[in-house]
Design a binder for this molecule. Structure first.
Ligand code: AMP
Length: 279
């Protein structure tokens, strides 16, 4: 596996592959890799001739400075994990390599980013769209892999690819969980043992809702109440939002029918965790 922190470095290697007719898969990450990331990389390796992984903690998608500066980092272990998962290039740009002085062009999106995480994280998706567009232009992959854990991010990236005519297929990959059901996340490292235990309530609330829908309940208000009550029962948990929306447009549903996304964000102590299911 080659490691490069420069745009030119990635471009020259990928261009060479292209002239050889090889298909390129891409997995963008913010590092501190876990099994969720590894599953994306492995799938990309299966479905492409060559795979590029990027690690870049994108300051522009964080609202709060503390969250950005506290973002966990372990580059040495990440390199081993990328290698083991079969990646061919690890791209680790520096902040100034991505946002040189004078940087002033952003990709902004309407509607899809107003709900869910967009409500509580003001400029988050502007930062996500901007960095993903830049990375797509640098790597120019055939396919790019994203996790369903960040369901709104997948919907936003698909919309952007469509709206801006990126010639890239977006592949959505299932959420990988810890044994107790908690969705794997780089942020889980910030949970104390007690908080980690308390976070099980997220899974419990979602499974309860899934079961009720399966048994025929189709009123979003009732499903939302089941989830809220369950989250409230855990004293370390504070609900940020629970929303029931169309899985593609992210518009709120008045009745649960068609492809529906049930998404929640919960603070456990100071750690904000998100999870969802699609039915
Ligand atoms: P991040 O490093 O958190 O920005 O995540 C990079 C990519 O990994 C995103 O597409 C995430 O949706 C995906 N990802 C993060 N956690 C998981 C997980 N538990 N299961 C599957 N994919 C994940």
């Amino acid at each position: 596996m080659e490691i490069t922190s420069t745009v030119e470095g990635v471009r020259s290697m990928v261009n060479k592959w292209r002239t050889e007719g090889l298909k390129v898969g891409f997995v963008p990450t913010m590092g501190f890799l876990h099994e969720g990331h590894e599953s994306l990389i492995k799938r990309a390796v299966e479905e492409n001739d060559r795979v590029v992984v990027s690690i870049f903690v994108n300051s522009k998608q964080f609202d709060k400075k503390e969250d950005f500066s506290n973002y966990p980092k372990d580059t040495e272990t990440d390199i081993v994990k990328c290698n083991m998962a079969g990646a061919h290039i690890l791209f680790t740009p520096e902040h100034d390599g991505m946002y040189a002085e004078g940087f002033s062009t952003y990709v902004d999106m309407e509607t899809l980013t107003d709900s869910l995480c967009g409500q509580s994280r003001d400029t988050h998706f502007r930062g996500v769209c901007t960095v993903v567009a830049k990375l797509f232009n640098i790597v120019r992959p055939d396919k790019a892999y994203f996790g369903q854990k960040d369901a709104q991010q997948v919907a936003v990236v698909k919309r952007m690819v469509n709206d801006l005519n990126f010639d890239i297929e977006i592949i959505e990959c299932e959420t990988i969980r810890e044994v107790d059901g908690l969705a794997r996340s780089s942020r889980n490292i910030h949970l104390s043992q007690e908080e980690h235990h308390a976070s099980i309530v997220i899974q419990k609330a979602l499974r309860l809702a899934e079961m009720a829908i399966y048994e025929g309940e189709n009123d979003p208000v009732i499903i939302q109440k089941y989830i809220k009550d369950e989250i409230l029962s855990e004293k370390l948990a504070r609900l940020d939002y629970v929303e029931i929306v169309d899985a593609e447009t992210l518009k709120p549903k008045t009745k649960i029918e068609g492809k529906t996304l049930v998404a929640i964000a919960v603070f456990i102590g100071n750690v904000r965790l998100i999870d969802n299911f699609v039915c």
